[in-house]
Design a protein. Structure first.
Length: 213
């Protein structure tokens, strides 16, 4: 018998990265900590949005990895959507900065969490260029169908997320946001486009040379 989850709009509930550790620009740990998770997708929750914060220097994000579980009978729809939001001074996500969606790799880990099958999601998309600063990232399957939903699992925050604030969720498609419990971190990693950091570094050096002339 499945352990019940609070399957209401406020439902709270590792992709071993294909990139090397040196390529990861934000590591929130995709290995879940078995604490909880948040429903993120249709058909049950079409208007829910979930986001966690990250901080980067000037970069171009090319890949995102997420730790998820799925209800039996839920259909993923074959498309993953990754949303990037501005920060509101530590008060949660703000305006939508960029959104990318497309086909993705969905790999079963062979484990179950909360009596649901665990999956690692990995998507590569057109690069999202970000200036240095803090942002928020969210994930969902916009074409989710069948019975139930999927859940973005929590993690221990990893080496980077431990210092960030708690995750946030929205029940009205991102118009208003609410904070999760203290220390609530989601399982994800972000990696840059190849050479993106080097290119930004070179641009900085060239700008410095121009100023010194």
């Amino acid at each position: 018998m499945r352990r019940p989850l609070c399957l209401v709009a406020m439902t709270a509930l590792a992709l071993t990265s294909a990139a090397s550790a040196n390529d990861i620009i934000w590591d929130n740990n995709i290995d879940n900590d078995g604490f909880n998770g948040r429903a993120v997708s249709p058909p049950v929750f079409p208007d829910i949005r979930v986001a966690d914060d990250f901080t980067v220097g000037d970069t171009v994000i090319k890949d995102a990895h997420f730790g998820m579980i799925e209800d039996a009978g839920w259909v993923d729809g074959g498309v993953l959507e990754v949303n990037f939001y501005a920060d509101t001074g530590g008060a949660g996500p703000g305006a939508l900065v960029a959104s990318r969606s497309g086909a993705y790799d969905r790999m079963a880990t062979g484990r179950q969490v909360f009596d649901r099958d665990e999956y690692h999601y990995w998507i590569e998309f057109d690069g999202v260029a970000l200036d240095a600063g803090t942002y928020w990232v969210g994930v969902r399957n916009p074409n989710g169908a069948g019975a139930g939903t999927n859940y973005w699992l929590t993690s221990d925050g990893g080496p980077d997320g431990m210092s960030s604030s708690t995750g946030f969720f929205s029940l009205d498609a991102g118009n208003t946001w609410q904070a999760e419990g203290a220390g609530w971190q989601h399982a994800f990693e972000l990696t840059p486009a190849p050479g993106a950091l080097a290119l930004f570094g070179m641009a900085g050096l060239m700008a410095g040379r121009r100023r010194r002339r």
